[in-house]
Design a protein around this ligand. Structure first.
Ligand code: GLN
Length: 556
């Protein structure tokens, strides 16, 4: 039987419920418990797939091809369980399911209402997401007191009645601000718990976000006012490293509190691999500068998995990775000069035309100046466009995503390039040919002897996809002849990996390796990329070293 930890948040949003849930998951997993995680999101979009990264940060893609909330990325970085499409439910998706049933007549003439129909569906979905785990962590998005999250809170309250209160833990994350001359304020926490209790949920654990460790006196006070036992009032101090959080929460006995309440006996936790992750940060012996050329760069959450993947690669290779965010539109305006001195360049995934020419310029800069390059999804597509334009002389080569009338659609919807190839479709007819998104994990075979096969140490890989457009195979032979290597293909012969032999390190992929990178394992492509950046950095250092030597000799 699965037991549940329900995680809610109060006072303000963005307190890090996702990371707190994931961290507790990591500690429990360290005690040999099988965990699963479910995220409930109060917004009405059926999934975040259509939401702008500016609005909602990154869209995380699961193995089974669902576009989900970025918190699922945290989950997968912290626990070994892989999320599925049933790990994330939004209000929109719950209503969609209920309305579909209503239309089918499943409710047999009943008036369909929030309670019980929506809340029943919420409970059903939670159980779907929980699977056969021993403990399922259920994170309710939003903040207690929001109108939108009420049905979810009601749903989890009912669930405790259904499966037994003793099989559930309610964990509430709040803020304990420090104001003025360092005064610790517990009132917002008191109020937020009051709000939660008014809808019938008495929390068992409070995670109090604060700058510093809460003094015992304040913990006692919070305990008294909120009816939460004192040892379960836990400080969640601001941390410079999210991977420290499992250790910090374990030190305060969070896992014992949770397991005691759930009456689960488990061996002591083994967090040695998390200690190793935290220590690896201090064991660096080189620093590299990586430019990330994107278009959502001012919103860090937009590339959260990517940023983490670079951190992981740094841990793996003992490298301090300094990421420099470059707006592609700045390159369009001022040229690629800002990339001078970078040890490596990365172009991440993206949608839409804005910034495309800047990204193409960044690729050109990396290729011509022999700077290691990693292209991801759109980053592979722009690499192909750049190569076609400047090595094949197809000056107007483009993706049909950005120019529907390009004479050389090196990147296009499959329907477009196949039909163009057979000459059966006119340009105007093309407009009706919609592309369906290629989503989720799919196998690719790597060419023996390629850089991709070398870094992966494998011939067949499985990586997650999220894109519509593909490399147009009509251009395979001419691009090959001009020196591009196509080193990975899908089962249906779509291009998955390209590289440039003769360049120090130039690899671009049609999939998203960042979604499967974890702090404990890192990801071979990112590790390969950072190793190449290190080599480039050492070479640059050697070059300036030799330049400096004669000078100092002259001074001497
Ligand atoms: N916009 C491109 C496509 O749809 C790339 C998508 C991406 O980078 N995720 O194919």
């Amino acid at each position: 039987m699965t037991r549940f930890v329900f995680v809610t948040g109060g006072v303000v949003s963005s307190l890090g419920k996702g990371i707190a849930s994931a961290s507790l998951g990591a500690i429990l997993e360290g005690r040999g418990i099988k965990v699963s995680l479910v995220k409930l999101d109060p917004y009405i979009n059926v999934d975040p797939g259509t939401m702008s990264p500016f609005q909602h940060g990154e869209v995380f893609v699961t193995n089974d091809g669902a576009e989900t909330d970025l918190d699922l990325g945290h989950y997968e970085r912290f626990v070994r369980t892989t999320s599925t499409r049933n790990s994330n439910f939004t209000t929109g998706r719950i209503y969609e399911r209920v309305i579909a049933k209503e239309r089918r007549g499943d409710y047999l003439g009943a008036t369909v209402q929030v309670i019980p129909h929506i809340t029943d569906e919420i409970r059903r979905c939670i159980k779907l997401g929980a699977g056969d785990a021993d403990v399922c962590m259920v994170e309710v998005g939003g903040t207690v007191g929001d109108i939108e999250s009420l049905p979810f809170l009601e749903g989890i309250r009912q669930m405790a009645v259904e499966i037994g209160r003793h099989n559930c833990v309610f964990m509430h994350l709040t803020l304990v601000p420090i104001v003025g001359g360092g005064e610790i304020k517990t009132k917002p926490t008191q109020h937020s718990v009051k709000e939660l209790r008014s809808i019938g949920i008495q929390p068992d654990v409070l995670l109090c976000r604060s700058r510093d460790q809460l003094p015992d006196e304040q913990r006692r006070k919070i305990s008294l006012f909120t009816n939460v036992e004192e040892r379960a009032v836990i400080s969640a101090v601001d941390s410079d490293d999210i991977y420290k959080i499992p250790l910090l929460l374990h030190e305060q006995g969070l896992d014992d509190i949770v397991l005691d309440r759930l009456r689960i006996s488990a061996p002591p936790t083994d967090l040695s691999d998390w200690k190793a992750v935290v220590e690896a940060k201090f064991a660096t012996d080189a620093e590299v500068n990586v430019a990330m050329v994107g278009k959502y760069v001012q919103i860090r959450d937009s590339y959260i998995s990517l940023n983490e993947a670079l951190v992981h690669a740094g841990l793996k290779t003992h490298t301090k990775v300094k990421v420099h965010y470059v707006e592609a539109t700045d390159i369009e305006r001022d040229g690629a000069g800002c990339l001078a001195g970078m040890d490596a360049i990365l172009v991440p995934g993206g949608f839409g035309e804005r910034g495309i020419e800047g990204k193409i310029e960044a690729v050109r800069y990396a290729r011509e100046n022999s700077i290691p390059y990693l292209g991801i999804c759109l980053g592979m597509q722009v690499a192909c466009i750049e190569f076609a334009r400047h090595r094949l002389g197809l000056a107007a080569a483009n993706s049909t995503e950005f120019n529907r009338d390009t004479p050389d659609p090196v990147i296009a919807l499959i329907t477009e390039w196949r039909d163009l190839n057979h000459g059966t479709v006119t340009r105007d007819e093309r407009s009706d040919l919609g592309g369906t998104m290629r989503l989720g994990a799919q196998p690719a075979r790597l060419e023996a002897g390629s850089e991709a096969a070398r870094v992966y140490g494998a011939q067949v890989i499985r990586e997650r996809h999220r894109h519509r457009y593909e490399f147009n195979n009509t251009y395979l032979e001419p691009m090959r002849a001009a020196g591009m290597r196509f080193s990975g293909f899908s089962e249906d012969d779509l291009v998955e990996v390209i590289e440039l032999p003769g360049h120090p390190w130039f690899v671009a992929v049609q999939f998203h390796p960042e979604f499967t990178s974890t702090p404990r394992d890192s990801h071979p492509l990112f590790a390969g990329f950072i190793r190449a950046a290190r080599a480039a950095h050492a070479e640059q250092g050697a070059a300036t070293g030799t330049a400096a030597a004669p000078q100092s000799a002259a001074q001497a």
